[in-house]
Design a protein around this ligand. Structure first.
Ligand code: SF4
Length: 223
């Protein structure tokens, strides 16, 4: 499995924000978000192929019960099913962070699905492919039916909220599992967007998520 990095930090986003976790970040993605905050796993994928034994040894070096398998898009990795099976055998709590465009029969305690809105579509040669792939309603429904899930949307502007709501209606999603998060990799931008996004969450009953890792460490790898 191609690995960009494995590190120990606090979960920075979503319903488990603040929980000490080991992050296994795969490299490679089927999308190309314009604002991707890990371009070293998508636009310019880095990292080596690791054996499962090496990945598990790196995870075992930390005492944390929570493991977050992220990317890139970890659900496209061929070894993801076996990796999660072995993590489960070790009694770990498994979160998978995915854009929700691919299904695989993984072991998972929290499927953290982040469907990509139109604000993610880049210009240039990737535009058409990204736009065609970014929302896969049947795959989203399948993931939501198979796992405990959260739906996490990255919001850059007020129009994004309407787009997210349209998708939520189509999916008949549980509002209590919906999380809105400001887009940005700069603490100042995040603060500005958080102010109006918090009001949207109060009005609509969605959960608000900060990006704790950016606030604590800035936009740095390994955090
Ligand atoms: S899905 Fe995630 S990793 Fe892939 S391009 Fe978008 S933000 Fe980056």
């Amino acid at each position: 499995m191609r690995i960009a990095e494995i590190f120990y930090s606090l979960q920075g986003e979503g319903s488990l924000v603040g929980v000490p976790s080991v992050f296994v970040r795969s490299s490679g993605c089927n999308l190309r978000c314009s604002w991707c905050d890990t371009p070293y796993t998508s636009w310019n994928p880095e990292g080596d192929d690791w054996t499962l034994e090496r990945i598990l040894a790196a995870v075992d070096a930390y005492a944390a019960r929570h493991v977050v398998v992220t990317g890139g898009e970890p659900m496209i990795a061929r070894e993801i099913v076996e990796l999660t099976r072995q993590l489960r055998q070790r009694g770990r709590h498994i979160t998978i962070e995915t854009a929700g465009t691919v299904f695989a029969p993984v072991e998972c305690d929290l499927m953290s699905i982040s469907p990509k809105l139109a604000n993610s579509t880049p210009r240039g040669e990737w535009a058409e492919r990204h736009e065609r792939l970014r929302i896969q309603p049947e795959t989203l429904r399948r993931l939501m039916a198979a796992y405990d899930y959260q739906l996490k949307f990255v919001i850059a502007q007020p129009d994004d909220v309407a787009e997210a709501q349209e998708l939520l209606r189509a999916l008949d999603a549980d509002v209590g599992k919906v999380i809105l998060m400001p887009e940005g990799v700069d603490a100042g931008v995040l603060r500005d967007r958080a102010v109006w996004l918090a009001e949207v969450c109060k009005r609509e009953g969605f959960r608000f998520s900060p990006r704790l890792h950016v606030e604590l460490y800035g936009n740095r790898r390994g955090t």
